[in-house]
Design a protein around this ligand. Structure first.
Ligand code: CDP
Ligand code: CDP
Length: 220
């Protein structure tokens, strides 16, 4: 059997994986799943219900309780992008029961992309390693921590916030360490992933480079 037309895009925070995934999905006419939004949705539902984000059993229960409709509603909520939701997502994403509860949803999306799309693009931390280990295309997008902190800093300023660069850099380093060192589904490139460092590339150059890899690897 031929591999399903899946593009797996993983990488650390502010590496540009979301921006790249959106462009690739548009170019190929594939459905897009931002898997970080699922972990954010779990955190947001817990914040809304007043649950304890540091209680693993409560986090797993919240993840299991999410219906497809809940996911659609929560991922469209503007509060999904807030920093407390991101921090909560980073905490609940280390819980095994949360990851297991979200596994099925992600695999179903990849196997049967909504809207009759011909394929799927998934972006996250463990798509190539855990969610879609048989994906024919795996990209690991990265950039130096200083460059990623600068991007996040610019993003916050663009939203009218006044962060200090050293704080943003320290946050980025802390999140990298948490995502890379956790016991379950740590952030590492799959063995067969192509690593794309875009520290010195703009969005367009990153896209062109990714599309070359994708055209070479995706079954026609
Ligand atoms: O865009 P940003 O990197 O700030 O965050 P995100 O991609 O929305 O992910 C939020 C959190 O969910 C991250 O800190 C990751 O720890 C976690 N996550 C994960 O564990 N596995 C994924 N496949 C996607 C996100
Ligand atoms: O999804 P992730 O957190 O990995 O990053 P993003 O939200 O897609 O991108 C973070 C910022 O990096 C955005 O402002 C992009 O315009 C910018 N950027 C990029 O995505 N790719 C480059 N090669 C250079 C900058």
């Amino acid at each position: 059997t031929r591999p399903l037309p899946i593009v797996a895009i993983d990488g650390p925070a502010a590496s540009g994986k979301g921006t790249l995934a959106r462009r690739v999905a548009d170019a190929l006419g594939f459905a897009l799943l931002d898997t970080g939004a699922l972990y954010r949705a779990v955190a947001l539902s817990m914040i809304r219900s007043g649950a304890d984000l540091d209680d693993p059993a409560a986090a797993a229960a919240a993840a299991r309780a999410l219906t497809a409709d809940d996911i659609a509603r929560l991922t469209a909520d503007p509060a999904l992008r807030q920093d407390d939701t991101a921090a909560g997502a980073s905490r609940v994403s280390a819980v095994t029961g949360v990851r297991l509860a979200l596994l099925e949803f992600q695999r179903a999306f990849a196997a049967c992309p909504p809207g009759g799309a011909a394929g799927a693009v998934l972006d996250g931390r463990d798509i190539g390693t855990v969610i879609c280990p048989d994906a024919p295309v795996k990209l690991f997008v990265t950039a130096s921590v200083e460059v990623r902190a600068r991007r996040r800093f610019d993003e916050l300023r663009g939203r009218g916030e006044t962060p200090s660069f050293p704080d943003v850099l320290a946050d980025m380093q802390a999140r990298d360490a948490r995502d890379s060192n956790r016991a379950i589904a740590p952030l590492v490139p799959a063995r067969d992933a192509v690593v794309l460092d875009n520290s010195d590339k703009d969005v367009r150059q990153s896209f062109e480079e990714a599309m070359q890899v994708i055209r070479a690897r995706l079954p026609a």
